[in-house]
Design a protein around this ligand. Structure first.
Ligand SMILES: [Zn+2]
Ligand SMILES: [Zn+2]
Length: 346
């Protein structure tokens, strides 16, 4: 089969590789029908994720068809159309039992395209198939569910649920990339009073409005803290979500939040951040962090099925799977191409 293989920083190839086979009774083999590229793949290609070995097939988001199952797999069978989740879960350990699949103790968590081969390939081996694959309702297209593999549950769980968004809240989202937009879209499920999107790029702020932001602030030309305080009687936002992953945006979040409010960090950070406890200790704020568990995936699938959530606007570019090298060029040059998510179909 063909696969997109990481060969060290800056080096990837679409090349032939042995077909995957069942290695454990809990595995399934999935023919990949639709996949995408994640910002995380770009981090790996920059060399930021040292746990990814050379020779690894990248990515962790796909919709496909089960072609083979191990002897212990009960929940899916050959021919089933499935969503391949970015998180694999053994389903049996202490963390899996409480739905915190990201911290699976038996070799689950974020492993696809990281510690085992991922899904930018014609076929993929998916460990712990019973708890990591989700059957796709027949009436839904691949594109309708593809983004439920990662960005939708990430924005929803790590941003909206961890941030405890409540009706009437002022919610500020710093960073209007795909995950920030997913947080904006799913925050609207809770009836916030107003969602404020903050970013440096006008094109992303335009997208934020399309995804449901009520107010947009370009903080290269405006003072975001002043504006948010101005619309909240000087208090700040109830919930602030960090969806960038750099020190400046995290610190901005701690300035935007009101006393008693909540900072939900979604961004993937690569360097230390200053936590200004000298001003924060007295403000009764809560700060949460997290890797997505994907425990909300069944709920999100139901919302898509019922027409309450439409994730298709994330797809800005479409390619055939074998054109994946071109797709990477477009996705990694988002500033010029305005790419949000690319869809790769076999
Ligand atoms: Zn991802
Ligand atoms: Zn587990």
């Amino acid at each position: 089969m063909q696969a997109l293989v990481y060969h060290g920083p800056g080096d990837k190839q679409w090349e032939s590789k042995a077909d995957p086979s069942i290695e454990d009774p809990n595995d399934a083999i999935v023919k990949i029908d639709t996949t995408t590229i994640c910002g995380t793949d770009l981090h790996i290609l920059k060399g930021d994720v040292s746990t990814v070995n050379e020779g690894r097939t990248l990515d962790h988001e796909a919709v496909g068809t089960v072609v083979e199952t191990g002897s212990a797999v009960m929940n899916v069978q050959e021919g089933d159309r499935v969503l391949v989740s970015c998180i694999s879960a053994c389903g049996r350990c202490m963390y899996c039992k409480r739905g915190m699949y990201s911290q699976c103790l038996n070799g689950g968590g974020w492993i696809l395209g990281h510690l085992v081969d991922g899904v930018q390939s014609e076929y993929a081996r998916t460990p712990f198939a019973d708890n990591s694959l989700y059957k796709v309702p027949e009436e839904l297209s691949d594109e309708q569910v593809l983004f439920l593999a990662d960005i939708l549950p990430t924005g929803f769980e790590v941003g909206v649920l961890n941030g405890a968004v409540k009706p009437g809240n002022t919610v500020a989202v710093v960073g209007a990339g795909p995950v920030g937009l997913a947080a904006i879209m799913t925050a609207k499920l809770y009836g916030p009073g107003r969602v404020v999107a903050i970013d440096l790029a006008d094109s992303r702020l335009e997208s934020a409005r399309a995804f449901g932001a009520d107010v947009t602030i370009n903080n290269s030309s405006e003072d975001a803290v002043e504006r948010v305080k101005g619309m909240t009687d000087g208090l700040g936002a109830n919930v602030v979500m960090e969806a960038v992953g750099v020190p400046a945006t995290f610190e901005l979040c701690t300035e935007l939040v009101r006393p008693g409010g909540h900072v939900a960090n979604i961004g993937v950070h690569g360097s230390p951040v200053t936590l200004h406890l000298e001003t924060l200790w007295i403000k009764n704020i809560t700060i949460t962090t997290g890797l997505v568990d994907t425990s909300s995936t069944p709920t999100l699938l139901k919302l898509v099925s019922e027409g309450r959530l439409d994730a298709t606007p994330f797809a800005t570019h479409r390619f055939k799977l074998e054109e994946i090298m071109d797709a990477y060029d477009v996705f990694s040059d988002a500033a010029n191409t305005n790419a949000m998510k690319v869809v790769l179909s076999s």
